[in-house]
Design a protein around this ligand. Sequence first.
Ligand code: ADP
Ligand code: MG
Length: 262
Amino acid sequence: MSDSVKVHLEGVSKTFSSGSREVTALEDVSLEVGEGEFVSIVGPSGCGKSTLLRLVAGLHEPSSGTVEIRSSRPGRPKTAMVFQEHALFPWLSVRDNVMFGPRNRKVSKREATEIADEQLGRLGLARFGDFYPHQLSGGMKQRVGIARALAQDSEILLMDEPLGALDAQTRTLLQEQILELRQQSQPTVLYITHAIDEAVFLSDRVVLMSARPGRIREVIELDFPLSRGPELRGTKEFAALSQGIWEHLRDEVQAAMALEGP
Ligand code: ADP
Ligand code: MG
């Protein structure tokens, strides 16, 4: 794979079997994510998006095909994950939650504290290091989850509907924060969302998946500049792209509903 490619999936399929029942979640998925690229995946629920992310994270083995992640430095974690539900440790302070990854890979306490405070600062949480998760709003918990993932300094950031459980206003603000993070440091990101506008606002590329078994149905290249801001949402191009993606997705959502049956 070329130097600028961070993640390479080639012909990846995944079948789960539980008892006599087999479910093919993904079929023949090939995808590359370049260094510093932000790729979103949209598709109907149950089409294998989370499975795809878990394969990249090494939490599942593909049934066929290959998943490769290029390492840029020895010891650098390959992936860090942000979930829809923050999954913070409730018994640890916000700072200790964010330090957990660095401490786990033997970074000194002092340095891990610096890393945590830096990432919390980037997410507007500088004052909340000593708080506990239950003292925070849903949006703040998700920001801690993002800070925690960033603190791991991984090759690629995997985000599975990170804003999916938030109200619309909080989600809009967090989209802007994620865009700022991109603008500051261009992490490599594979991002799952069911919100088309979110995908178009944030991404370099949107991958549209079919109903199960999930295959790549369409790849939409977006060429909005990285310096885009909230005003992008009001443009004709933004509306046209979002509408176009929805027209493709609508068929797949209908197909997925038919799969669920009566
Ligand atoms: P999405 O994230 O797009 O909603 P998932 O990747 O969670 O979809 O799931 C895709 C399909 O694979 C679903 O039918 C789901 O039930 C099935 N599946 C996911 N994980 C497992 C598992 N560990 N064991 C069995 N089936 C699974
Ligand atoms: Mg999912």
